[in-house]
Design a protein around this ligand. Structure first.
Ligand SMILES: Nc1nc2c(c(=O)[nH]1)N[C@H]1C(S)=C(S)[C@@H](COP(=O)(O)O)O[C@H]1N2
Ligand SMILES: [Mo]
Length: 434
């Protein structure tokens, strides 16, 4: 009788021996990080044992190049990041649990990562060049030193949120990264103003849109394909708070957040903020790069019912992100004997300012106005806090809602759309008082 199980095992071994990365991807839908991949290819038994923290009694049965599960599970440990939840590791996508976003200024270690392709291996600033071309009178090639010396260097706290943050809560579900709350951050960014660079290049009258290009590779490995290239209308590009940034929180940008140079275009979907920036081109048409067309970062022009089919031509490009707030303390699931709890978090509102944040712990019967801070600068999120009292022991939910200075309030329920963008429904946390 043929021994199928043995053959399957041998098959697996061969599979791994030829193409460990491909094998890993096909079997488990994931691969280790580039550095770990390099390490594994040549790893001896001693190194593997050290990596998993124990001797491996049946090591002889392990296919060569095999990724031990213990390592795969620790893949959340992205160097320089702390406590992020990894949604996917090819491309790398990781979000931050809400209670780890409590700082007024998001530390680099807590800034989410959203990659559409494969991050470039070499992110050294030496020799990095930015091209500014298209409909400009004076096309430019600028090194990072040129940017620093020819333009005013500024630091601003800027909020970046992925257009798909909150997608996990759509019903029927929307495909794509299942972000919950944590694809948002507000770090200090240092760089030069995009507007200053465009003015120096001389914006021609015909130019209506920017096109952004970065150095990351397409998932397919095809060097002729780009993972993402988006742009913004010239009016938005000229906003003085957009930066071409080379520092994040006073240090070089984290490699996964776009080192050594990136755009930060706050208030609009994070996808406008090209990482690993190599080129900004001005165009006389709405940019049509990858993830700019079809239904990418677009929503129906009119309200739709959950699950409704919407023709492609009825989608429009997402511009400003909607008003939203996050409860960063307490963490959901708090069990406490305290009857008075400080609830706090942040609120932000696309191109607008937040005027009011309110919280409730009685399912919306009464709302308490939170103390709301001014933003550090326009486009920084605003910190808020409120003392909330809990009359007796039992189960509570705390909800928060923000309202803009133009009177727009966060909704309770999600406005469903086919791709699961712009979920700004109220954040809720549970509290058990004993
Ligand atoms: N070159 C490049 N830039 C990019 C992306 C990318 O995949 N490649 N992702 C975009 C998206 S969708 C978002 S939400 C933000 C995320 O920025 P972060 O990873 O620094 O948090 O980067 C944007 N810039
Ligand atoms: Mo995004």
């Amino acid at each position: 009788m043929p021994d199928d199980s043995r053959r399957a095992e041998r098959g697996l071994m061969e599979f791994y021996a030829d193409d460990p990365e491909g094998a890993e991807r096909r079997l488990f839908g994931r691969v280790p990080y580039p550095d770990r991949r390099g390490f594994l290819r040549g790893a001896g038994l001693a190194a593997l044992s050290a990596a998993v923290g124990a001797a491996i009694p049946f090591h002889r049965n392990m296919p060569s190049g095999f990724l031990p599960l213990a390592l795969a599970e620790s893949a959340g440990a992205i160097p320089g990041k702390d406590g992020l939840t990894v949604l996917n590791d090819r491309p790398v996508n990781a979000e931050t649990p809400a209670h780890l976003l409590d700082d007024r200024v998001t530390p680099t270690a807590r800034h989410f990562i959203r990659n559409n392709g494969i991050a470039p291996e070499d992110t050294s600033p030496d020799g990095w060049m930015l091209t500014v071309d298209g409909l400009v009178t004076n096309p430019m090639e600028l090194s990072i030193d040129d940017l620093r010396s020819q333009f005013e260097v500024v630091t601003e706290q800027l909020t970046l949120e992925c257009g798909g943050n909150g997608r996990a809560f759509f019903d029927p579900p929307a495909s794509g990264n299942q972000w919950t709350y944590g694809a948002v951050a507000s770090s200090n960014w240092t760089g030069v103003r995009l507007a200053d660079v465009l003015k120096a290049a001389g914006v021609q009258d015909k130019a209506i849109y920017t096109a952004h290009y970065g150095a990351d590779g397409h998932l397919s490995g095809d060097p002729d394909k780009l993972p993402i290239s988006r742009g913004v209308p010239i009016e938005k590009a000229m906003n003085p708070h957009n930066l071409i940034a080379f520092e994040m929180n006073g240090a070089p940008i984290h490699p996964m957040n776009g080192a050594p140079l990136r755009l930060v275009i706050p208030g609009w979907p994070g996808s406008c903020s090209q990482k690993w920036l190599t080129r900004i081109q001005l165009r006389e048409v709405v940019h049509d790069g990858p993830k700019m067309t079809g239904t990418s970062y677009r929503v129906p022009e009119y309200p739709v019912a959950p699950g409704q089919e919407v023709p492609k031509e009825d989608f429009e490009i997402i511009e400003a992100m909607p008003v939203k707030s996050l409860i960063t303390s307490p963490a959901t699931g708090l069990e406490t004997s305290d009857r008075l709890i400080e609830v706090r978090g942040h609120a932000w509102a696309g191109d607008d300012k937040v005027a009011k944040v309110e919280v409730t712990n009685d399912f919306g019967e009464t709302w308490i106005e939170a103390e709301l801070e001014e933003p550090a600068n326009p486009y920084a999120w605003q910190h808020w806090k409120a003392e909330v009292s809990f009359p007796e022991h039992g189960y509570y939910e705390v909800w928060a809602r923000a309202t803009t200075d133009t009177g727009v309030m966060q909704p309770f329920a999600i406005a469903w759309n086919p791709k699961g963008y712009l979920n700004n429904s109220m954040h809720r946390v549970s509290v058990r008082v004993s």
